[in-house]
Design a protein around this ligand. Structure first.
Ligand SMILES: [Zn+2]
Length: 392
């Protein structure tokens, strides 16, 4: 039933794409990611100068050319205190000189940061996400995706990175057919139970670390296997990336209802601004209100949009639509992700490193029930980088 729904949507989408010659390459990215911007910036730029947040920003230092700043400024003024969290951001790929300014200006308080996905180049961008976190631990939440899920070594990478202090895995390509980039990455999975993914889910549960998956299309075998994973690993938080991209509110609702460990990364900019979306933001309001403790917001670094800033504006528009219920609005803006983050305990490696530090008289931190978040901050303050020491 559900895959039937998705398939008819996909067919509808294909028909629409046929009519939109200029946007075709963009639209085909199907529920995508910013990965091609990251992996092949030159191709992304030549294909369409507005398809990449990175490209837009380097070409257009303000990055706001096509965004109504008046409306965005008004939204920021109204909702800037919410502590907006972007749970899916690829800005660790490439050089973006003004990314912090963009977040400051628009009061994006927290950013889940990674770069390339499920391919060897991600090993480097994972490190870039880590460095960004070391410089701005209040805002940046580093994730990683540089491992080959078909190789047993992936288990060591996952454990080591989680021990050092990374807060999650992502964006992991668990299945991709339609995205011209995600479908080609060297380390992609063929379905959400492929390779070592099942054992990786176990590790995620052990560390209470979420895993952010890219799955396109969310239909057929990938969907069946996602549901299998959700059922088999009930203690693992699985976040489906851009869950609203090419997926109907009905499909999203059916999945959320069935699987309490499923979280939805809502890429508001896709629904709000990408012509490939068949729905409006308001169409998703009922399902978000119904499962308001498991929806999160993201920009996907503005993938397929004029800029990342446009995607931030769409997140605020979504919050505006939820503002008649302030508790729902707050959960979706910040609290749901904050709870996931704070639930992660300090790791053995972090605690051992903290025990070696000297603190001023009476300034010893209480190590019982310490969170990974607090442990990470203490280590950064003490200039101890577990990533460096572990690599010798
Ligand atoms: Zn992405």
């Amino acid at each position: 039933m559900r895959s039937g729904t998705v398939e008819s949507e996909m067919n509808g989408m294909t028909n629409r794409i046929g009519g939109m010659v200029l946007a075709a390459s963009l639209l085909l990215v199907a529920g995508c990611d910013n990965d091609n911007n990251a992996a092949i910036p030159a191709a992304a730029e030549s294909a369409t100068p507005t398809s990449s947040a990175a490209a837009t920003e380097s070409a257009e230092p303000t990055g706001i050319a096509e965004t109504s700043m008046t409306e965005l400024e008004a939204l920021v003024e109204k909702y800037g205190d919410l502590g907006l969290t972007d749970v899916h951001n690829h800005d660790a790929s490439g050089f973006q000189w003004n990314r912090t300014a963009k977040w400051e200006r628009n009061r994006v308080a927290r950013v889940v940061l990674f770069g390339d996905v499920s391919e060897p180049s991600a090993v480097r961008t994972d490190k870039a996400a880590w460095s960004a976190y070391r410089k701005d631990p209040e805002r940046i939440v580093p994730y990683f995706s540089g491992f080959d899920l078909h190789d047993e070594s992936s288990l060591d990478v996952v454990r080591d990175n989680l021990e050092k202090g990374y807060f999650g895995l992502g964006e992991i390509v668990a299945a991709s057919t339609n995205s011209p980039v995600a479908s080609k990455v060297a380390w992609k999975g063929f379905d959400p139970m492929d390779g070592y993914l099942p054992r990786i889910y176990e590790l995620c549960a052990e560390y209470k670390a979420p895993i952010l998956l890219h799955i396109d299309p969310l239909a057929g075998t990938p969907l069946i296997k996602l549901e299998e994973a959700l059922d088999a690993y009930p203690d693992t938080i699985i976040i489906v990336g851009h869950i609203n991209a090419y997926n109907s509110p009905d499909l999203v609702e059916a999945l959320m209802k069935k699987h309490p460990n499923l979280y939805g990364d809502f890429f508001a900019g896709f629904t709000d601004l990408n012509p490939a979306s068949e729905y409006a933001l308001s169409d998703y309001v009922p399902v978000i209100k119904k499962f308001s403790d498991r929806f999160l917001l993201s920009t996907d670094s503005g993938y397929g949009l004029p800029s990342e800033e446009a995607a931030i504006e769409s997140m605020y528009r979504m919050l505006d639509l939820l503002s008649d219920d302030p508790s729902v609005m707050k959960r979706v803006a910040r609290d749901n992700y904050d709870a996931i983050l704070r639930a992660q305990p300090a790791t053995k490696t972090q605690l051992e490193a903290i025990k070696k530090l000297t603190f001023p008289e009476g300034g010893q931190p209480d190590l019982t029930h310490m969170s990974k978040l607090d442990a990470g901050t203490i280590l950064i303050d003490a200039k101890v980088d577990l990533s460096e020491s572990a690599e010798g």
